[in-house]
Design a protein around this ligand. Structure first.
Ligand SMILES: Nc1ncnc2c1ncn2[C@@H]1O[C@H](COP(=O)(O)OP(=O)(O)OP(=O)(O)O)[C@@H](O)[C@H]1O
Ligand SMILES: [Mg+2]
Length: 914
């Protein structure tokens, strides 16, 4: 019977009610030990009439069993009627150790679980209850948190109980469970204490336990009737949970010795498997009668599972045992564990039983780590490796294991842990190759943290350290150093792009080698040393190899560099093809850590192509996935891309508000590229607004630094601003640079921008053919926004030559195209010019589509393309019910009643752009 808790019950009932009606909900109950979280979960389960219930419990465990809780939860659920998409099915199979395969990306597992839960809820509302979430293995917690953030329109209620904050669950709705109120606490006491209870004593107990029900139940049990009647004095200054533990402990101490040993064995096996516990007990000569007195004392029950009266009994027992006693218990449990069936648990117990370093035990643990890794349980692998390191007698080998553990933590997204392990590992590394690996790891951690200014130097030193030992490794590290230097940009300390490029030239690839990274390294280093034209061949070759790669690997480490190279070459066709491929593969494989950055790049391409709605919905998707996974792989990318959209739309106030923050963040992270890109956005804004002087100031900075890619596409903007400001020196210099690059590449995008820029600088009699040439090239380039800007410039030129009719035609075309592509500021520039010719611009009827939220737009777009709800769900990482929910809203907002009409309702808009 539950005392009090009206507020909590109401909240839980509300959650269940909404779930029953098809609105999923999540709640994390948080509170100190014994406060009554489990009791509330039980209450929810009892009130969940008509629900299917799936439960899982986090288990305190020094080691991590990857996906243990998740597997427990899913085992209670039916197989989905429709098979899961292949990557999801494979991921679950591998994660649960049922099949072997590629180690799945950590969030793909979350996605698969989302599908399983959603399918189960199709048949019957579903309540998932996860108790002791503070002990969840990290892999399970990450997956469940992902599910919790993505649920919306399913009949699912997800309840967690946790003592403290679980980092992975941060940000989910929370209900803090306090102690019982005074009246309820008194009532609970009265109902459970026998005999007389002095009112003063009662009030003291209520006050000192602060209404904690477990303390109310437990502490009086440790007191004699006399003490109860006379007065209640706390024995120690321990915190409450310590006092409850103490009280349990005093009861344990009164038990016969065999019973105490049985309790210890049971507390050492965190999985609560009764057969194993009995087998171990037998090995220790403990008979079945020991269990009876444990049950009598209301401390432990062993039937189909091993159940402690309360988790605090378990920790009291385990903590109070001596080291030797614990080892004995673990050894017995190891001996009782079948090495064939559960080698990892056995390895873990053996390790806990080891009195000191032992290579045999350590290498067994390392094998367990390998198995965890193969299942995608990278966090678990790290824990195994860390323990293996502790038990490794040889100092260097110990350091190597720590290094491996750091690598596993890094791929689990635990950068801070990775850094700690790396620091511990370094002093023991002697072998130069191992030292180089450590340096590379440090660089990789810094890179994952958001690039950073000292990263290029770290990676460069790593490369130099193995230069004569392992050329492949050295070139690889150089490539990483180059990429890091690109991100660090002007904020790089120690090593520059030039340094990495120069070193790469001195370490050529073996003849005949043509892999993507090798070609990239050659291409970039030629670009930086021998100049732009020399880089064309290797960079194009790298892009073609990447695009033609049939292995369909979800992520190529270098795909960002391939994308960047195609932009630097003004090769829009390959540029957008690379972006699309990255997104497609990341989506298909559920590589959610990589997807946001890939989406940002694609958004950039779409914005250039003039499909601003698509671009913005990709940015929204990137933002959403980042929120769902809880951590950005590339800090700052979403924010910059959002800024780019605002800048193109000419939203001055917002850009001016956001840009400084984006810049400051980038500076703080040592991410010079972020600073440059924010500045790039300002150039776009100022040019749109016709503020050429401000535009020139911002553009010149980028022009002078000449970073790869932004340094090239800033050239036409620099020229436009400089010409308008009458600064012909800068304009001519920028034109010379653009000319070299555009002519070398010979792409429509490059040639079009070149012709447009030359027209701006040309004497009157030569300008017109150049404008026309620009329109011709840009018309074929796919970069519609640049075509639109060319028309605007041409129109402005025509008007100043007083060729009113011609000017009107160009300006009208420019205006409509700019408006359709979202370039509101440039469109306004066009309409002002039009007005000067005596004509007024038509403003486009606002598309109904604008009323849709980004997610609704995505759903509508995909549905219009004929994708089913299940297909859309798999693409957007939501459940089919959530798709249906969004679609209903889309229908009502657009006033359509069927999918067929949908295409027409949003289609005209797409045509207007294309
Ligand atoms: N509102 C209540 N009325 C009566 N008894 C309660 C109430 N809440 C909890 N209890 C009892 O108090 C004890 C401790 O509660 P519970 O196990 O739910 O705590 P908990 O918050 O889950 O603790 P832990 O963090 O250690 O798991 C249990 O025996 C439970 O039955
Ligand atoms: Mg509990």
């Amino acid at each position: 019977m539950l005392f009090g808790r009206d507020r909590e019950r109401e909240e839980l009932d509300g959650l269940l009610r909404s779930a029953r009606d098809g609105r999923s909900g999540v709640l994390v109950l948080r509170g100190e030990p014994g406060v009554g979280k489990t009791a509330l979960l039980d209450h929810a389960v009892e009130s969940a009439e008509g629900f299917r219930v799936a439960r899982a419990v986090g288990v305190e465990s020094e080691g991590e069993l990857a996906f243990a809780a998740l597997q427990q939860l899913c085992s209670r659920l039916p197989d989905p009627p429709d098979p899961l998409p292949d990557p999801q099915r494979d991921a679950l199979g591998v994660a649960f150790g049922l099949t072997t395969g590629h180690s799945p990306e950590r969030f793909l597992i979350g996605l698969a679980v989302l599908s399983v839960l959603s399918a189960a809820a199709d048949e019957q509302p579903l309540l998932c209850v996860v108790d002791d979430a503070h002990w969840l293995d990290r892999a399970s917690a990450q997956a469940l948190a992902f599910v919790a953030r993505r649920l919306l329109a399913d009949r699912v209620a997800l309840l967690f109980a946790s003592r403290g904050r679980n980092g992975e669950l941060a940000g989910l709705p929370e209900l803090v469970v306090p102690g019982l109120g005074e009246d309820d606490a008194r009532a609970l006491l009265a109902a459970t204490t026998e005999g007389a209870l002095d009112a003063r004593v009662r009030d003291r107990i209520v006050e000192e336990t602060r209404g904690n029900p477990l303390a109310l139940l437990e502490l009086p049990r440790g007191l004699t009737p006399a003490e109860l009647a006379v007065g209640f004095t706390p024995t120690t200054g321990l915190p409450l949970s310590g006092r409850i533990e103490d009280s349990f402990l005093r009861r344990v101490e009164e038990l016969p010795s065999d019973t105490r040993r049985l309790l210890l064995v049971a507390s050492a096996d965190r999985l609560g498997d009764p057969i194993k516990v009995w087998r171990a007990a037998e090995l220790l000569g403990i008979g079945p009668e020991a269990a009876a007195s444990a049950a009598d004392g209301d401390l432990l029950d062993i039937d189909t599972e091993v159940r402690f009266r309360h988790p605090l009994v378990r920790s009291a027992v385990y903590r109070s045992a001596s080291l030797a006693e614990r080892r004995e218990a673990h050894q017995a449990l190891a001996d009782a564990t079948d090495p064939g069936q559960d080698p990892d648990r056995r390895a873990w117990h053996t390790a806990a039983a080891a009195p000191g370093p032992d290579e045999g035990v350590a290498s067994e643990l390392e094998r367990s780590a390998g198995r965890a890794q193969e299942r995608g349980g990278v966090a678990a692998a790290a824990v195994f490796l860390e323990r293996a390191a502790e038990l490794t007698p040889d100092a260097e080998r110990r350091s190597l294991r720590l290094l491996l553990a750091a690598a596993s933590d890094l791929s689990a997204g635990a950068n801070e842990r990775a850094r700690r392990l790396l620091e511990e590992s370094v002093p023991g590394l002697v072998d130069p190759a191992a030292r180089a690996r450590a340096m590379r790891m440090e660089g990789a951690i810094r890179f994952a943290d958001g690039r950073g200014s000292d990263t290029p130097a770290l990676l460069f030193d790593a490369a130099m350290a193995v230069r004569d030992l392992d050329r492949d490794l050295a070139r690889n590290a150089l490539m990483q150093s180059l990429e890091a230097a690109m991100w660090a940009g002007q904020l790089a300390t120690g090593t520059t792009l030039q340094d990495a490029a120069q070193a790469a030239l001195e370490l050529p690839a073996p003849p005949g080698e043509a892999t993507v990274p090798s070609l990239l390294l050659d291409g970039y280093s030629k670009r930086l040393t021998a100049g732009y034209p020399a880089a064309l061949d290797p960079l194009r070759h790298a892009a073609d190899l990447y695009l033609g790669d049939v292995s369909e690997r979800p992520v190529l480490t270098w795909d960002g560099m391939v994308w960047n190279a195609t932009g630097e070459l003004f090769d829009f066709e390959r540029h957008i093809a690379v972006a699309r491929r990255r997104v497609r593969l990341a989506r298909e494989h559920g590589a959610l850590s990589f997807l946001p950055l890939a989406l940002c790049c694609l958004a950039w391409n779409e914005r250039l192509a003039g499909r601003i709605d698509a671009a913005e919905s990709f940015v929204s998707e990137a933002e959403e996935i980042t929120a769902a996974t809880g951590s950005p792989t590339m800090p700052g990318a979403n924010e910059i891309m959002r800024l780019a959209m605002l800048a193109w739309r000419g939203r001055e106030e917002e850009v001016r508000a956001v840009a400084p923050a984006v810049t400051a963040e980038a500076v703080a992270r040592g991410q010079g590229l972020g600073v440059t890109l924010a500045q790039f956005c300002l150039v776009t804004l100022e040019l749109g607004l016709g503020r050429y002087e401000e535009a020139l100031i911002a553009a010149r900075d980028i022009y002078e630094q000449d970073p790869l890619y932004p340094g090239s596409i800033i050239l036409p903007d620099t020229i436009e601003a400089a010409v308008r400001c009458g600064d012909s020196d800068v304009a001519q210099a920028a034109l010379a640079r653009l000319s070299e690059r555009a002519l070398a590449g010979g792409t429509p995008w490059g040639l079009g921008l070149l012709a447009r820029s030359r027209a701006l600088l040309a004497p009157d009699e030569e300008a017109e053919p150049l404008y026309q040439e620009a329109l011709e090239h840009l018309g074929r380039s796919g970069v519609t926004t640049e075509l639109a800007r060319a028309r605007l410039l041409y129109g402005e030129w025509l008007r100043r030559r007083r060729r009113r009719r011609d000017a009107r035609m160009q300006l009208r075309l420019a205006h409509d195209l700019l408006e359709a592509t979202g370039g509101a500021a440039f469109a306004h520039r066009a309409s002002v010019e039009l007005m000067a010719t005596g004509e007024r611009a038509r403003t486009r009827v606002a598309a109904t589509r604008d009323d849709l939220t980004p997610q609704e737009q995505q759903v509508a777009q995909l549905a219009a393309e004929g994708e089913s709800n299940a297909e859309i769900a798999a693409q957007l990482f939501i459940s089919p019910h959530t798709v249906a929910y969004h679609l209903r809203k889309v229908f009502s907002k657009l006033g359509v009643t069927s999918r067929g009409q949908l295409a027409a309702a949003i289609g005209h808009h797409a045509e207007a752009v294309g």
